[in-house]
Ligand binder design. Structure first.
Ligand code: MRU
Length: 340
């Protein structure tokens, strides 16, 4: 399998790699309807907060082709798309920015404008990832060992990645000697996607069952934990794939720095603290099986949140394309977000 982005802006469709089929099958979906795009986001065929920004923008372009370019039609489509995954603020940002850009144009130009906007959004992702990854790599000393969670690489952004981008550049610079990747139950983004990306990049790596991550941190072998983020509140509380909070708490217990790596588009100025991020639960069915294979008896309830919120005090620093933000986060975020 060789590709450099899991999304291609291919008017009149958004072509997306079906990530539920990885790592063993490369299946591309050609999405031409808003409903198809929303289903792909909901079922995590396409995923990762930064990549969802491209999907938000591309979704409004699809709406223009499928449904027309009238104000009300585009507004309704943007809202429908944004609501599909409320935790990922960038899905809404991508859809709303695309909408505003289109509405500023005459109806005749709107479809062209939207496809161009989606294409530009993807290339901005790539530029921002590259800058963020090189700034983050500078935080690691030669020979560092890093633990990461979920998938934050090319498959999640369309560029080099956020946390995984830092890991890749650090490896190229000789700063990283080994990467541990959590399996990330219940959908195994670490075991299926991060493991695949690490292997492609020939980075020495090991898979860690989620239940073994605390024991690994307790060994003293890990120099830093680096994760991505789905949404960052203005006080630094951070929503990310469930399990992140536990890693941050145990890293703090063992004095291991915990870095969150994300573009500034993941920061939500409308969200003062993590308490404003509503919990999102997935199907109780999900933990008891995978890809049609069931290992739990039917009919059990489950506690299956998609995300958790890591309190700001457990986070050492945020790595963004515009710089590193350290505590106190209120003022360091304001400085970051004020930059062009
Ligand atoms: O549910 P997923 O697989 O989309 O979860 C992904 C994460 O939690 C990522 O850490 C986050 O979206 C940032 S991806 C660069």
């Amino acid at each position: 399998m060789r590709f450099d982005s899991p999304v291609r802006v291919a008017r009149p469709a958004l072509d997306v790699l079906d990530q539920t089929r990885l790592p063993h099958e490369e299946v591309w979906l050609s999405l031409r309807r808003v409903g198809e795009l929303c289903e792909a986001v909901r079922s995590l065929r396409v995923r990762g907060a930064p990549l969802l920004g491209v999907c938000g923008a591309g979704g409004v372009a699809i709406a223009a082709e499928e449904l027309g370019v009238a104000d009300a039609i585009l507004q309704e489509a943007a809202e429908q798309i944004a609501d599909t995954r409320p935790t990922a603020v960038e899905l809404r940002t991508g859809a709303e920015l695309a909408l505003a850009t289109a509405l500023a144009r005459s109806p005749r130009d709107r479809a062209d404008t939207l496809w161009t906007f989606a294409r530009d959004y993807l290339s901005r992702r790539r530029d921002e990832d590259a800058r963020l990854a090189s700034l983050g790599a500078g935080l690691l000393d030669k020979g560092s060992v890093v633990l990461t969670h979920c998938n934050t690489g090319m498959l999640a952004t369309g560029g080099i990645g956020t946390a995984l981008g830092v890991i890749r550049v650090a490896f190229e610079q000789g700063r990283l000697s080994h990467c541990y990747a959590t399996e990330t139950r219940p959908l195994l983004q670490g075991a299926r996607l991060t493991a695949w990306e690490l292997k492609q990049a020939a980075i020495p790596s090991s898979l860690v069952p989620d239940t073994a991550a605390a024991a690994l941190l307790g060994t003293g072998k890990v120099s830093a934990v680096i994760t991505g983020a789905d949404r960052i509140a203005m006080n630094g509380d951070t929503a990310n794939k469930v399990g992140t909070y536990g890693l941050a708490a145990v890293a703090s217990r063992h004095g291991v720095p915990f870095y969150v790596s994300a573009p500034r588009s993941t920061f939500d100025p409308g969200c003062p603290t993590g308490a404003a991020i509503p919990p999102r639960f997935r199907s109780p069915h999900e933990g008891g099986g995978f890809r049609g294979q069931r290992w739990s008896p039917d009919g059990l309830g489950a506690f299956n949140p998609a995300f958790d919120v890591t309190p700001a005090e457990l986070i050492t620093a945020f790595i963004t394309e515009a710089g590193i933000a350290r505590p106190p986060f209120g003022s360091s975020f304001r400085a970051l977000l004020a930059q062009p």
